[in-house]
Ligand binder design. Structure first.
Ligand SMILES: [Zn+2]
Length: 442
């Protein structure tokens, strides 16, 4: 197969020849090549030539933080629909969070998710294992058995809940060292956030909603950085949302400690002001998310931190919920937003069009770094000869209104409905096989 006229990381136009799922040749666009392009592709039912029309080519995106909801909440999402959503967003691999029903806290459940991914996945599905049994924060789960299973788990997280017991967190950090694993912490001190509804600040005061203080996140991050340093292990901080968290992570990195961090697209673009006033009215639960949307100053700090590498990764925290769980009163509504199909556009809007990040920076933070942190072989590699042909073609000049009814996800809880965002994923290739072509599932 030949992918014609694309610009790798926004560079000069090239043609990319793909053979047996690998990048076989990269040459200046339109120049004659020695090989018979597309030979054998037609017999395999694949397109022989894909016209890139000058699109930007990036390595297939990798998400460190996706909720696929299967098993247990197939009304919200399944492995099939979630990975279709991922493919449409340019992803070739996702890490599936463990807060399913049953919880992915045994080798049996992570293997079940892994097999569902093999069978129904439109991208690779890498299960995340729970840190504690049932996410209950009382007893360590079978981390070693999950690591040794067919699912080869390397990322462990109780995401949705915080591992707030310092002794358990220390043991988990010690335990994962044996197999080069990492503990991904959802940093939320539970007592400081009891009944919390939105960011604690001027607006929560005005609206009379109970506040979710920044310190609840920052205190856990500080503690866990110290624990990770103490036991010499790897810590990953999920969905960093405050300027103070950024400062703590910057300090931990300056010490040479093995700490990485992610930020979500929504925390790079949206603020708590939307809870008070938005095109969707006030108190609209579409903006209810964990951690909560913060202030403009926090958004600025998160953007700078992502630009300078203090924050390593953009992770979607794709959190599908059925309509009845979101379209209800604020206090009763579920927390979370879908994000896979809008992530690249939001990152372009917040980071690229603002001059904070170039396309090489986007590739590092949305593909290479998450693959490295998740120890995911075959993903996050630069687009060069010999690498697996995991590729996304992206047109940054397109602009369109976000239309949730077009999503492949089973859920529609996007905060961007009606917003005009830049960019469009034209095609996604998983080991040379198109999962998306012309913006549609292939
Ligand atoms: Zn979380």
């Amino acid at each position: 197969m030949l992918i014609k006229n694309v610009r790798i990381l926004g560079g000069e136009p090239v043609d990319i020849a793909v053979v047996n799922g690998l990048i076989a040749e990269i040459r200046p666009a339109g120049s004659a090549g020695p090989r018979q392009d597309g030979e054998g592709a037609a017999e395999a039912g694949l397109p022989e030539v894909v016209e890139g029309r000058g699109a930007i080519a990036l390595p297939g995106l990798v998400d460190l933080h996706t909720h696929l909801r299967e098993p247990g909440r197939e009304d919200a999402e399944t492995v099939q629909t979630g990975t279709q959503s991922a493919a449409r967003g340019g992803y070739t691999a996702v890490h599936a969070m463990a807060n399913t029903m049953p919880v992915a806290d045994t080798a049996g459940v992570v293997e079940q998710v892994w097999r569902l991914g093999q069978e129904f996945g439109h991208c690779d599905v890498q299960p995340v294992g729970a840190v504690t049994v049932g996410l209950e924060g009382k007893q360590l789960a079978e981390l070693g058995a999950m690591a040794d299973s067919a699912a080869r788990v390397r990322v462990f997280s109780d995401d949705g809940r915080c591992v707030d017991d310092a002794v358990l967190m220390r043991r988990a950090l010690e335990y994962v060292k044996a197999f080069d694993g990492v503990v991904a912490q959802h940093a939320q001190e539970p007592k400081l956030t009891k009944d919390a509804q939105m960011n604690e600040g001027v607006i929560s005061g005005r609206l009379g909603l109970s506040g979710w203080p920044a310190v609840a996140e920052e205190a856990i991050i500080a503690r866990d950085c110290l624990l990770a340093a103490h036991v010499g292990s790897r810590l990953h901080v999920c969905h960093v949302s405050t300027a103070g968290s950024v400062e703590i992570i910057r300090w931990a990195k300056s010490k040479g400690w093995n700490v990485t961090a992610e930020v979500t697209p929504h925390h790079l673009l949206l603020t708590d002001e939307l809870v008070e006033e938005s095109p969707n009215g006030s108190y609209n639960p579409i903006y209810k998310v964990n951690p909560p949307l913060r202030t403009r100053a926090d958004v600025e700090a998160l953007r700078s931190a992502l630009a300078d590498g203090t924050i390593d990764v953009v992770a979607t925290d794709h959190a599908p919920h059925p309509v009845e769980d979101k379209e209800t009163e604020w206090a009763a509504a579920a927390m979370g937003m879908v994000g896979l199909e809008t992530a690249l556009s939001v990152v372009q809007e917040a980071m690229v069009d603002t001059g904070l990040l170039d396309w090489a920076g986007v590739a590092e933070r949305m593909s290479a770094a998450p693959a490295r942190i998740g120890r995911l072989p075959g993903h996050g590699r630069p687009l060069e000869v010999g690498a697996p042909a995991n590729i996304v073609l992206y047109d940054p000049t397109a602009r369109a209104e976000v239309d949730p009814s077009s999503f492949a996800s089973k859920s529609r809880n996007t905060p961007y409905e009606g917003m005009t965002l830049p960019g469009r994923v034209l095609a996604t290739f998983l080991r040379g096989r198109p999962t998306v072509l012309e913006g549609k599932l292939a």
